[in-house]
Design a protein around this ligand. Structure first.
Ligand code: NCD
Ligand code: ZN
Length: 476
């Protein structure tokens, strides 16, 4: 290249580019962290560096809208460095972190402190959620201004025991959020039903793993989705249903979409690939909220991914230590397990098996999350001008997941030993290698908060004349 001024920082040759619409052989030129050109090799500009991706598939990096990186507060389970390293090794280039850290992200000050920690340690890009509850009601606007990707509302109890707002509080909270245009992600399980059932099961002496499922039957989620959709429709708040676990939730979700409610939904690999048949083997390790359910939920969930009822794949990466996951009484085992690093290989295995189309998978793992949270097309797309966030896989390589080798601090999951097809070779975040040849080469602090690039559509609050703020301001 002597004498020719490089105008690209990197050109990737020989790979197959995969988008939500097509897969085709092409070279990709990257400049200043962005995709500068996609095309035939001879059309590429001179570059400072090249990468040979012959035989590899180039996907937009995964966007996981549901992870728990535990920092601050539970850094023995995970921290921003280990969590984002795990993401990078899984081909995930953007993560949205949940607010159930200590202290709960409920005020602008707490949010700012978490931003500082993430900015110092993250290897990949990220968004931060703030909690939406009684404790944050007065801070909704300030939290929006402080840089959140969205709000998280806990309709039911889960790890961290964040109090669940009752329906009256939820309505007021949705009224408050609607004018911000930001999306509210919901842990949609109705607290009163499951608290009562858990109490009864404990009284009856049920301490076995399946008692967890029986304390949270699908009606818990169905009732919550239906109620949340009603409040979203009334207020115009945008909502997202986290971790859809059952076939029964699909009806209220589809009905809300048909009525024009701005509602999206996610499911995760564990609901698609594990079932109640796995509890005896994994015991507390498989305990997660909502629970992994009967095998007859799997096919309808796959179908919902294909037909668009469920919009995206997210992992609910929820790390805990082996001690916390293996206590003899099921009620004492912490809920959740790691997943951010395994999602892409697990789902690509399903693609290899013919369960899912590869382009559809790119829509579910990257494009739809970016669109739902206002990051598209800067994130979630392989097009000129987009951030060069790329996951480069050998789609043919077969291997087995080994918990001992994962990069999360939590090396215990129900994926241990599972045979998969599709191995991550390189991950780039804004044009910089974070993982290269299966080795961490990125730098701590490279990750940035994506709230700065977020553009949600214009807010569309409804019934604004009837909100709590509007009616209490009236004078007779
Ligand atoms: C999550 C956690 O551990 O933070 N656990 C879980 O079982 N899913 C919380 C949550 O997302 O509900
Ligand atoms: Zn949850």
């Amino acid at each position: 290249m002597a004498g020719i001024e490089p105008i690209a920082d990197l050109v990737i040759h020989g790979g197959e580019v995969v988008t939500s619409a097509a897969r085709f052989p092409a070279s990709i030129a990257i400049r200043n962290g962005k995709i500068a050109a996609i095309g035939a090799p001879e059309t590429m500009p001179p570059a400072a560096e090249t990468l040979d991706a012959t035989g590899l598939a180039i996907l937009p990096g995964g966007i996981d809208v549901h992870v728990h990186f535990r920092d601050p507060g539970y850094t023995h389970k995970e921290d921003w460095a280990s969590g984002t390293t795990a993401a990078a090794f899984g081909g995930v280039t953007t993560v949205f972190d949940m607010p159930n850290t200590i202290p709960t992200v409920a005020t602008p000050e707490i949010l700012a402190a978490k931003h500082a920690i993430a900015a110092e340690k993250a290897y990949v890009d990220y968004g931060l959620y703030a909690v939406l509850g009684e404790e944050s009601l007065a801070h909704v606007e300030a939290l929006a201004e402080g840089g959140v990707i969205g709000f998280k509302l806990y309709m039911g109890n889960t790890f961290g025991r964040i109090p669940s707002p009752d329906t009256g509080a939820m309505l007021e909270l949705f009224e408050r959020v609607a004018p911000t245009g930001l999306r509210v992600s919901l842990h949609a399980e109705t607290n009163s039903i499951m608290e009562r059932r858990e109490r009864r099961l404990r009284e009856a002496g049920r301490n076995d793993p399946l008692a967890h499922v029986e304390s949270r039957p699908a009606v818990v989620a169905v009732e919550a989705v239906e109620r949340a959709a009603t409040l979203a429709e009334w207020t115009g708040a945008r909502i997202h249903i986290l971790h859809i676990s059952s076939k029964e939730e699909l009806r209220p979700l589809a009905e809300a979409k048909a009525r024009g409610v701005d509602i999206t939904g996610e499911t995760g690999p564990h609901y698609l690939m594990l079932s109640t048949d796995d509890y005896e083997r994994f015991k507390g390790v498989i305990r997660v909220n909502p629970p992994v359910r009967e095998a007859n939920c799997q096919e309808p969930l796959w179908q919902a991914l294909k037909d668009g009822t469920i919009d995206m794949i997210a992992t609910d990466h929820a790390p805990h230590t082996p001690e916390e996951k293996t206590r003899p009484v099921i009620w004492n085992c912490d809920c959740g397990f790691p997943g951010v690093e395994m999602q892409m290989p697990l789902m690509l295995t399903a693609v290899a098996e013919g369960r899912l189309d590869l382009c559809d998978y790119v829509r579910l793992s990257s494009e739809a999350p970016a669109k739902s949270f206002g990051l598209y097309p800067q994130k979630g797309a392989i097009i000129p001008g987009a951030d060069a966030d790329l996951a480069i896989f050998d789609l043919g390589q077969k291997w087995a997941i080994d918990d001992a080798e994962i990069h999360s601090l939590s090396r215990i999951s129900p994926w241990d030993g599972r045979k998969v097809q599709g191995r991550l070779k390189h991950t780039l975040v804004r044009g910089a290698f974070v993982v290269r040849d299966e080795t961490l080469v990125g730098s701590r602090g490279h990750g940035r908060s994506v709230h700065a690039i977020q553009h949600m559509p214009t807010p569309e609050p409804r019934n604004a004349d009837k909100t709590m703020a509007a009616v209490t301001a009236k004078r007779s």
